[in-house]
Design a binder for this molecule. Structure first.
Ligand code: NAP
Length: 296
């Protein structure tokens, strides 16, 4: 492997993802705002970059996995960002979930420097990042996508080229519509069963064997029943994603009723200071609304 990769953003998702690339044999440079999170990878042989500009300067591929649109814009386009030092011919892959419109702007600005750009958000949660089973939804030039495939193969089980720049982020917005409405359904189903004094563990097992089976039910159903509300995927990140969905719906002049309702519920949990809990803490809103105890 002689493709030099710089990985920026070693949070819940980025740390295991970068670890897979190192384990696959790529020469890896890492940067994280909170430097201590780089320790484990540096011990395993990754090179530490003190700044974003340093990380980008000799990279063939730069991967970003940070929180929100302004964070990606700052890392890539800021005065001392990736764009200030990256070599022409290199590729930048943003795997964060951000605005499709902002991704297109980044594509244009990097393209003007002959730097390829893919928007490549992921789904599959922290479990998918740890097990390298993410699904990766990619927007950008087909030829850049083909070149990046060996990297995606280290991180996930499917990487799909959805279309032109921004299309990966639109696909991720569609994914979050399904995630949010499905998680609402899981909480509503558990609420009805709990209100009927039905034992919930066999109920979840039975539902998981039929047409109602889903990732949310299989992974977050048991977490809810065990009152495990740690993230996984934080409410504040899903609330951010639902804001992106809302903006994309507005831009396209269309609607998504259940997603609007989900956004209200998650915004309410944010107002109550629950933003750093896992998304399964949506159950708290349903317990309050339905006056029923669902968690064990
Ligand atoms: P996280 O654990 O909160 O990590 C966020 C990372 O971004 C940290 O490394 C953080 O640095 C860095 N960061 C944030 N703002 C920054 C800034 N302005 N400048 C530099 N670095 C900055 O989040 P995560 O769960 O890994 O999520 C990362 C992305 O993946 C998000 O876009 C999220 O929506 C998406 N995603 C998450 C999941 C999931 O299940 N967690 C699933 C699919 C997609 P510090 O360490 O210094 O805070």
């Amino acid at each position: 492997m002689d493709t030099r990769i710089s990985f920026l953003g070693l949070g819940i998702m980025g740390l295991p993802m970068a670890g897979h690339l190192l384990a696959a044999g790529y020469p890896l440079t890492v940067y994280n705002r909170t430097v201590s999170k780089t320790d484990s990878l540096v011990k395993q042989g990754a090179k530490l970059a003190a700044t974003v500009a340093e990380a980008a300067s000799d990279a063939d591929v730069v991967i970003t996995m940070v929180a929100d649109t302004p964070d990606v814009e700052q890392l890539l386009l800021g005065e001392h960002g990736v764009i200030s030092t990256i070599q022409s011919g290199a590729t930048v892959i943003d795997m964060s979930t951000i605005s499709p419109a902002a991704s297109q702007v980044i594509y244009g600005k990097l393209g003007a420097k002959q730097v390829g750009f893919l928007d490549a958000p992921v789904s599959g949660g922290d479990v998918g990042a740890i097990n390298a089973t993410l699904t990766i939804m990619v927007g950008g030039d087909a030829v850049t996508f083909q070149r990046a495939l060996p990297i995606f193969d280290c991180l996930g089980k499917t990487a799909t080229h959805i279309g032109a720049s921004g299309a990966g982020q639109i696909c991720k917005a569609c994914n979050q519509i399904l995630v949010a409405s499905n998680l609402m359904g899981v909480c509503e189903a558990l609420g009805l069963a709990a209100a009927n004094d039905i034992e919930l563990k066999p109920l979840v097992k039975a539902l998981g064997g039929g047409a109602a089976q889903s990732w949310q039910l299989d992974n977050l159903g048991p977490a809810i029943l065990n009152n495990q509300l740690d993230p996984g995927f934080m409410i504040e990140l899903l609330a951010k994603d639902l804001r992106i969905v809302e903006e994309a719906l507005d831009a396209a002049g269309t609607v998504a009723e259940s997603t609007s309702k989900a956004k209200q519920l998650f915004d309410r949990l944010m107002d109550e200071g629950e933003g750093r809990l896992g998304t399964q803490a949506l159950v708290k809103a349903y317990e309050q609304l339905g006056k029923v105890r669902i968690r064990g």
